[in-house]
Unconditional design. Structure first.
Lengths: 341, 230
């Protein structure tokens, strides 16, 4: 009798274990929290509201981000122009390379704290982060591939089928899911651990030139490059004149003449790594950017009103400002293995 | 194919208990008084400009049979494609006054991120560089077009402020229309596109492919483009 009970019991336990095992295989994606760093404002809109952030979704997004096969010639991935060591900008390239050795018309912006933006791209032409990948995927001087072909390539890869199933519950591969997965990855790229942040949290101290530079910054730069995001996400004409591509910036989207040559105020976080600068990368190094603002022709038509006041800095002050800007470099971001392939 | 049989199946199951009746709604596209045949047929607009049509697609949303009481709005977005012949199943009650719908996609849906079904960017009705849906897309050829390969590309879109291109359409319907009918066909008359309220000449504007003044001008013509086929 006892033996029988023991057999029954062990059978029961074995079956239960098997059942638990099976249900684990069908387990729902693991939710992950989007953490707002201390001192950061709450994003105006929650980009993950209808796209629940999960570990599996994030990993799928990362795989897509690093996959050059999605491009027409198989050579260009999102990461080609958004390199982690350059805070997800293109290091030392004014313009980025697209498929078949083409060139883009603009400097690839760094992918930092995208979740706090409301419009993306230099001209704000992207109205939702989920739509953004459609633009580089299809642009002939970027990844140059048709959306249906991109999906065909993904569907042909069994590892993708497995990952879509893990992230979304079934292996159905759609453009919506692909875009949502990429959004989970790029929207999670948060940089908030530079020396500046450590100083703010009382974990570190500025050296004197950095401290002086911070004062100069606060007196002259932070109306547009507002802390702690170091951008107000507005579009402004900062005195860069019409370039060879006749790029009018925001005006092309808003169709308003007043927006001529306005471009998005970029974040200054990791600015020491995102060279060259401005929407077409025409300023190669950081001191050239500071020199641009101190030698600006304030009579320029359509120049942002905030720049009408002449910025006067001594050479020493310029250096101090530069020293401060380097404190915005966040190596825990650029070396974060979680963001790496 | 199966889907079609299913549709028809539902339609023939007609009248239900609430006095409502299921009907099939069709969109038919005509030009010069004839049903549009893609690629081969030559049409002529009011200015005598001859053209052929290779593509005609547009969004229809917020369909509502207007009655004296509160009318139910169908929030689904339909993509009408002249190369296909789908019907939409609708339910109509008694005492209807007309049908209203939006030609295009409302503002909220234009900035809702990645979407599926008719709003999937795979339908080639979404602008990737200046986000927003193309509400109405007409492509073809005309000798009067000075654009590359004599093409006509009328991509009408834009959802913001003064440049929005979606238009609310209302067509009155006789109260007794569905007494002995199980379907309704709405006709889009392309002749009205070229000269409804505003003039759109192929010679002048063979290509409209961005939101703006021109797209708005074209969209104003949408308000007179639809009628009920008798």
């Amino acid at each position: 009798m006892k033996i029988r009970i023991t057999i029954f019991l062990s059978l029961f336990i074995a079956v239960s274990l098997l059942f638990i095992g099976a249900s684990k295989k069908m387990q729902v994606p693991t939710p992950i929290a989007f953490i707002i760093p201390k001192g950061f404002p709450k994003p105006a809109t929650n980009i993950f509201a209808k796209n629940k952030l999960t570990e599996e979704g994030f990993l799928l997004g990362k795989k897509l981000f690093y996959d050059a096969r999605l491009s027409k010639d198989g050579e260009v991935s999102c990461a080609s122009c958004h390199q982690q060591f350059a805070a997800f900008a293109t290091y030392d390239h004014d313009l980025s390379h697209g498929v078949f050795n083409s060139f883009s018309n603009r400097n690839a912006p760094a992918l930092i704290n995208l979740a706090w933006m409301k419009e993306w791209h230099w001209d704000g032409g992207i109205n939702h982060l989920e739509n953004q990948p459609l633009s580089p995927l299809s642009a002939t001087n970027e990844m140059g591939e048709k959306l249906d072909t991109v999906l065909m390539k993904i569907k042909a890869d069994t590892s993708y089928r497995r990952m879509f199933k893990l992230a979304f519950g079934d292996a159905n591969i759609t453009s919506e899911r692909m875009l949502k997965a990429i959004t989970q990855f790029v929207g999670s790229l948060v940089s908030a651990n530079s020396k500046y942040d450590k100083v703010k949290r009382g974990e570190d101290k500025f050296i004197l030139p950095e401290e002086k530079g911070y004062e100069i910054f606060k007196a002259n730069c932070n109306t547009c490059h507002i802390e702690p995001l170091f951008t107000d996400n507005s579009f402004r004409n900062n005195g860069i004149t019409l370039n060879r591509f006749k790029d009018v910036g925001r005006q092309g989207i808003s169709l308003d003449n007043k927006d001529s040559l306005k471009f998005k105020v970029p974040t200054l976080r990791n600015v020491g790594l995102t060279l060259p600068y401005m929407h077409d990368g025409q300023l190669k190094v950081l001191d050239k950017v500071i020199a641009h603002y101190t030698s600006l022709d304030t009579a320029l038509k359509n120049l942002d009103p905030l720049l009408k006041r002449k910025l006067i800095l001594t050479d020493k002050e310029k250096k101090q400002l530069e020293m401060f800007l380097y404190t915005l470099t966040d190596t825990s971001f650029t070396k974060n293995k979680r963001y790496a392939l | 194919m199966n889907k079609h049989f299913l549709l028809w199946g539902i339609i023939f199951c007609s009248i239900n208990c609430s006095g409502q009746k299921k009907i099939a709604l069709y969109f038919e596209n005509i030009a010069n008084g004839k049903k549009i045949v893609l690629n081969d047929c030559v049409y002529s607009n009011i200015f005598g400009e001859k053209y052929t049509i290779t593509k005609l697609k547009y969004y229809v949303s917020n369909i509502c049979f207007v009655t004296k009481a509160v009318s139910e709005i169908d929030k689904k977005v339909y993509l009408i494609d002249a190369s296909k012949g789908d019907s939409i199943v609708k339910r109509v009650g008694r005492k209807i006054k007309g049908i209203s719908f939006l030609l295009g996609v409302d503002s909220a849906l234009n900035c809702s991120g990645a979407q599926s079904g008719t709003l999937d960017p795979l339908n080639d009705m979404f602008w990737t560089w200046n986000n927003g849906y193309i509400m109405f897309k007409l492509e073809g050829k005309s000798d009067t077009s000075k654009a590359d390969k004599n093409r006509i590309e009328q991509h009408i879109g834009g959802y913001k402020g003064a440049y929005k291109t979606m238009r609310k359409i209302f067509i009155p319907i006789d109260e007794k229309y569905f007494m002995n009918k199980n379907s309704l066909t709405i006709q889009l008359n392309l002749d009205e596109y070229w000269k409804g309220i505003n003039e759109i000449r192929i010679a002048e504007n063979p290509v409209i492919a961005a939101p703006g003044v021109l797209a708005k001008k074209a969209a104003d013509n949408f308000t007179k483009i639809f009628s009920i086929k008798n």
